[in-house]
Design a protein around this ligand. Structure first.
Ligand code: BG6
Ligand code: MG
Length: 215
C-alpha cells in the first residue's frame, strides 16, 4: 500500500531546466563553444559537477579541479538570479491539486532532488509547507542514479521503499527509484522514461487512485 510520495523537483514540480540551460549556455559561450537545448537534455537529473563535466566534454575542453569549481560557482550565481525571480505561477499545472489530494488521503510527501538550491526554489514557490521531509543535494553524497536521495526520503517519512511512490522526469531518477525498489511514475515522454511503472505527461487532471491501479 502506498503511504508516501517522493517528488523530484526540477521537471516535476517546476520547469527549472530552462534556467539551468540559460546559465550553462552563458558559461559555454564564454569558453567559446555553443550549448544547445538538445545538449541540455543530458543534464536533467544530473548533479551540478557532473553537468559541468558533460558540458566541458561537449566543448572538448579540459580544466583543473579548482577552475571547474569556479565555473560551477559562477554558473550557480547566474542560475540563482533566475530562480530568485520565480513565483508560485511557475508551479507546473495540476501539481498543487494533486498534493492537496495526497494531504486529504493522509499520504506523506517528501522531496527527493539532486539540487542544492531546492529549499530556495520551494520557498520561492511557497511550497515548503506541503513537504513532510526534504532531501536535496545538500543531504546526499551519491547522485542519482544512486538511490540514496529516495532511500533517505523514505526513511525521513518513516516508510519502507515499497510504501512510497516516486515521481521523476529524468532517466537517472527512474533508475535510482528502481535500484531503491520504489515504484515510480515517469513525468514526460515514454521514449525517455520507458523503465517507469507508469508514465504520464504531467499532473493535470490526474487521479491518484487511477495511478495506483496502473502500477
Ligand atoms: C537536478 C537537475 O534536479 O539538479 C539538474 O535536473 C541539476 O539539471 C541538478 O544539475 C543540480 O542542481 P543545482 O541546483 O544543485 O545546481
Ligand atoms: Mg528532474
Amino acid at each position: 500500500m502506498i503511504k508516501g510520495c517522493i517528488f523530484d523537483l526540477d521537471g516535476v514540480i517546476v520547469d527549472t531546466a530552462k534556467y539551468h540551460y540559460l546559465a550553462w549556455k552563458e558559461l559555454a559561450e564564454s569558453l567559446g563553444f555553443a550549448f544547445t537545448k538538445k545538449d541540455n537534455e543530458r543534464l536533467k537529473g544530473v548533479s551540478r559537477m557532473r553537468s559541468l563535466d558533460i558540458l566541458l566534454e561537449i566543448g572538448k575542453k579540459n580544466f583543473d579541479k579548482e577552475t571547474k569549481l569556479k565555473f560551477a560557482e559562477n554558473k550557480n550565481k547566474k542560475y540563482l538570479e533566475y530562480i530568485l525571480k520565480m513565483t508560485p505561477d511557475e508551479i507546473l499545472p495540476g501539481v498543487i491539486d494533486f498534493m492537496n489530494v495526497l494531504k486529504n488521503k493522509n499520504i506523506k510527501i517528501a522531496l527527493g532532488s539532486a539540487s542544492k538550491n531546492a529549499m530556495t526554489i520551494l520557498n520561492q514557490l511557497n511550497l515548503t509547507n506541503y513537504f513532510n521531509a526534504v532531501i536535496d543535494g545538500t543531504k546526499v553524497s551519491n547522485a542519482k542514479p544512486d538511490p540514496e536521495v529516495f532511500l533517505k526520503g523514505a526513511e525521513a517519512l518513516n516508510l519502507k521503499p515499497e510504501e512510497c511512490l516516486v515521481f521523476e522526469d529524468a532517466e537517472a531518477g527512474i533508475e535510482a527509484a528502481i535500484k531503491g525498489r520504489f515504484k515510480c511514475v515517469g513525468i514526460g515522454s515514454p521514449e525517455i522514461l520507458s523503465k517507469a511503472n507508469h508514465i504520464m505527461p504531467g499532473f493535470e487532471n490526474i487521479d491518484f487512485n487511477e495511478i495506483i491501479s496502473k502500477l
